[in-house]
Design a protein around this ligand. Structure first.
Ligand code: NAD
Length: 480
């Protein structure tokens, strides 16, 4: 099977005729070929996006909204097929893809179909100057969207839906590690009646196809989700060209657990926030800090619960499927080894899991490492797999210092019933998102993004529509 590009409303092969292998993480076997596109394909995608812009940006809000809603409905109608494709391509449990990934992809289109009908801009009357200012929010033109492998269709649609809702046309590249559902989306776009050229999907490697998007002088804005190092590189390329940039990058999110929390709820949710999607969610809490008095009990109960998690083939009823690729498996294993070398204690997991019948699959035991210094590398660097560290803290100030003692600042989770403490910590913690007594509780209207090395800019709600439009001030002087 060939995963082709979708340019100008049609599937096509990469011009250079190059393909690369696409692996199924559950069994480690190649199961399809991905277009290995280069700057020529990006140029073709750009030309078709450019040609479509004038008409699409002048299409009524109602019509754009109607088409986006249709895409949303068709994703929903194809739930089983898309969930199976996502699970096969990524290694995530099918149940998770059915419950989270694909419904969210549909919700993204539905949300922005509605949001664009409510989007408005400001007017400022300059009293005494006899003038009136209003802000015109215009689509930017051709924009680029680049997404990662952990939540493939979920994050791809989180970018492209607001981009086209706002009247832009798009050159988009999903991760070459998990291209399948973005490929299947092409059929849905055609069926929904999205005009050719409005959304072009090009597959290929980051340094080739991705880089060509970032370097293209006609692509005026880039919305990127991925690793911090890649984000740095992108910024270096795009900033001198004065492109608008939204960077959603890595994280090393803290969980602060106080002794007065709702213990059972905290324990249940902390297992999920540690290992959902094999720990491959940018919002997973990977550094768990627990108040000293609660620490021994937490350590015992948490490890016991983690040991009971089932790892297995993603099509079965399992808690964890396979991690996404062989190189990623090796990276995560090397961090577990590093954790030991640094003096950490592996409380459970720590090794590759062999699943009968799928011996070449990339399975890993959920791993808990007790660390004794919060500055050690396993506690500082993003592992992005089923590995968490645990460590006690003395008091609120110590908890906060540990939470902030890292270069990242994406999300954080606090477990406590003390409202004053909730407010104090929420204000001081260096993170774009603070969850209190909950995790991954998402309202799509809220601003989403990180601080420090976790990125620049906010997605979500009207923030995304603001990013994908350029504000122009019109000042009109009038006579009395
Ligand atoms: P990655 O940075 O390797 O790749 C992300 C995307 O960028 C891919 O499509 C890739 O092909 C492309 N890319 C790579 N090099 C490029 C280049 N030179 N020019 C243009 N594009 C290029 O990240 P990944 O391994 O796919 O994803 C995992 C990372 O994503 C983790 O760090 C995770 O925390 C982060 N992430 C962040 C968020 C968030 O919202 N902040 C969400 C999900 C994942």
């Amino acid at each position: 099977m060939k995963i082709q590009n979708y340019i100008n409303g049609e599937y096509c092969d990469p011009v250079n005729g190059n393909w690369m292998d696409n692996y199924e993480p559950a069994n480690g076997k190649v199961y399809s070929q991905i277009a290995n596109s280069d700057s020529t394909d990006i140029e073709n995608a750009y030309e078709s996006a450019k040609a479509a812009f004038s008409s699409w940006s002048n299409t009524t809000i109602e019509e754009r909204s109607r088409i986006l809603l249709k895409v949303s409905e068709l994703i929903e109608a194809n739930l089983d097929r898309l969930a199976q494709a996502e699970s096969k391509d990524n290694g995530k449990p099918l149940s998770l893809a059915k419950k989270v990934d694909i419904p969210r992809a549909s919700a993204n289109f539905r949300f922005f179909a509605n949001a664009i009908t409510q989007f408005s801009s400001e007017a400022h009357e300059s009293v005494g100057l006899n003038s009136m200012n209003f802000t015109l929010r215009q689509p930017i033109g051709v924009v680029g969207c680049i997404s990662p492998w952990n939540l493939p269709l979920y994050l791809f649609t989180w970018k492209v839906a607001p981009a086209i809702a706002a009247g832009n046309t798009v050159v988009a590249k999903p991760s070459e590690v998990t291209p399948m559902t973005a490929y299947l989306l092409g059929e849905i776009l055609t069926e929904a009646g999205l005009p050719p050229g409005v959304l072009n999907i090009v597959h290929g490697e980051g340094p080739l196809a991705g880089q060509a998007i970032v370097e293209h002088p006609g692509i005026k804005a880039i919305s990127f989700t991925g690793g911090t190092k890649t984000g740095e590189h992108l910024a270096r390329t795009a900033a001198p060209m004065f492109k608008k940039l939204s960077l959603e990058l890595g994280g090393k999110n803290p969980n602060l657990i106080f002794a007065d929390c709702n213990y059972e709820e905290m324990l249940k949710v902390t297992v999920r926030s540690s290992f959902a999607n094999q720990g491959q969610i940018c919002l997973c809490g990977s550094r768990i800090f627990v108040e000293e008095s609660l620490y021994p009990k937490f350590k015992k109960d948490f490890v016991e619960k983690v040991k009971s998690l089932k790892v297995g083939h993603p099509s079965k009823e399992v808690n964890l499927g396979a991690v996404v690729s062989q190189p990623h498996l090796e990276k995560v294993l090397s961090y577990i080894q590093l954790g030991e070398e640094e003096g950490g204690k592996i409380l459970c997991g720590g090794s590759r899991t062999i699943v009968e019948g799928f011996e070449e699959g990339y399975y890993l035991e959920p791993t808990v490492i007790e660390v004794f210094d919060d500055q050690c590398r396993v506690n500082q660097e993003e592992i992005f797999g089923p590995v968490v560290t645990i460590m006690p803290f003395k008091d609120e100030a110590d908890a906060l210092a540990k939470a902030n003692g890292v270069k990242y600042g994406l999300s954080s989770t606090i477990w406590t019933k003390d409202m004053d403490r909730i407010m104090r910590i929420s204000k001081s913690i260096e993170a774009g998102i603070v969850w209190v007594n909950t995790w991954l509780n998402r309202d799509l209207r809220t601003p989403f993004g990180g601080v420090k090395a976790s990125g620049v800019g906010r997605e979500g709600g009207f923030e995304a529509l603001r990013f994908f439009t350029e504000a122009k001030n019109i000042c009109i002087k009038y006579e009395h």
